[in-house]
Design a protein around this ligand. Structure first.
Ligand code: HEM
Length: 90
């Protein structure tokens, strides 16, 4: 639920890039999603989706398929919200 969302700084997002057994996170419109469980199911392939790992995926996403409803599909994978580096994570 909403109460379990964490605050994610840009450094945290960059760290969780799916490499070296770390989860793959990607942000979209200020929300951070763990895209790891969806990787094998992405119709465009795992490699394409990994390009958005550890960063904001909004631009890539909108370039390819603006009609896809990210929030509906990955609602279960919502991790937290983006905050600036100064706002300490809880
Ligand atoms: C296709 C979901 C991120 C590249 C698709 C399709 C879905 C989907 C549902 C099929 C769309 C259709 O046939 O109308 C998602 C979700 C994403 C995501 C939920 C967010 C996490 C990305 C990113 C990229 C990408 C970041 C590019 C770097 C592609 C490509 C296809 C595709 C190239 C076309 C595959 C084809 O038709 O051959 N994606 N996608 N996707 N996706 Fe994504």
């Amino acid at each position: 639920g909403v109460s379990s969302l964490i605050r994610v700084t840009p450094d945290m997002l960059k760290h969780n890039n799916g490499r070296k057994r770390k989860p793959a996170w990607s942000s979209y419109q200020g929300k951070v999603y763990n895209i790891t469980p969806y990787l094998p199911f992405h119709p465009g392939g795992e490699g394409e989706l990994r390009r958005a790992a550890g960063k904001d995926g909004g631009k890539l996403f909108m370039e390819v398929h603006p009609w896809v409803n990210w929030e509906n599909m990955l609602g279960e994978c919502l991790v937290g919200i983006m905050v600036s580096e100064e706002q300490a994570p809880i």
